[in-house]
Ligand binder design. Structure first.
Ligand code: SF4
Ligand code: SF4
Ligand code: SF4
Length: 150
């Protein structure tokens, strides 16, 4: 990971504040992934040709987006297959291990409420654990294709 000083080397270093920051502050924001090189308007001027590309090279590839779950409620028929197949539920919820729905007190990724699945604790989904990031069971077993995992 490039340091603030290294990133600053490829900024105009005029502290013109057209970005609302000093160049050092801008470099620090670049390092934290809050801004991109394109956010410095001065770097788009011909005098700085190649600087944006050089900064991207220093910064390296953008981190992958965090895993996310999207459920199309209109497609869900409330069958509960995802709830009973869920990798997290099978490891942490006795009722799911027995093929039944979770008890009200169970902390679960999702459960069926009034005929449609509702996501309660997406942070429990084991896709967020690096070693299990390929888990796709709920989406694979959903008979209506209501679940999309990214
Ligand atoms: S707009 Fe660019 S040159 Fe001006 S302060 Fe911000 S980073 Fe520095
Ligand atoms: S991806 Fe796996 S752990 Fe996450 S909700 Fe679906 S089945 Fe459960
Ligand atoms: S498996 Fe699909 S259709 Fe069944 S409850 Fe889950 S999201 Fe809904």
């Amino acid at each position: 990971m490039a340091s603030v000083e290294e990133l600053r080397e490829f900024l105009p270093r005029t502290d013109c504040r057209r970005c609302g920051l000093t160049c050092t502050e801008f470099a620090a924001s670049l390092g934290r992934g809050e801004l991109t090189p394109e956010d410095c308007p001065v770097l788009h001027e011909p005098d700085f040709a190649g600087y944006i590309e050089a900064l991207h090279e220093l910064l390296g590839p953008a981190p992958a987006a965090a895993p996310a779950m999207h459920i199309e409620v209109e497609k869900c028929n409330g069958c509960g297959i995802c709830v009973t197949m869920c990798e997290y539920h099978l490891g942490n919820c006795d009722e799911a291990r027995l093929g039944r729905g979770p008890r009200p007190a169970d902390k679960v990724v999702f459960k069926v409420v009034n005929g449609a699945v509702v996501v309660l604790h997406q942070e429990l989904c084991t896709r967020l654990v690096q070693a299990a990031e390929k888990c796709n069971k709920c989406a694979d077993h959903c008979p209506t294709g209501a679940i999309t995992l990214t």
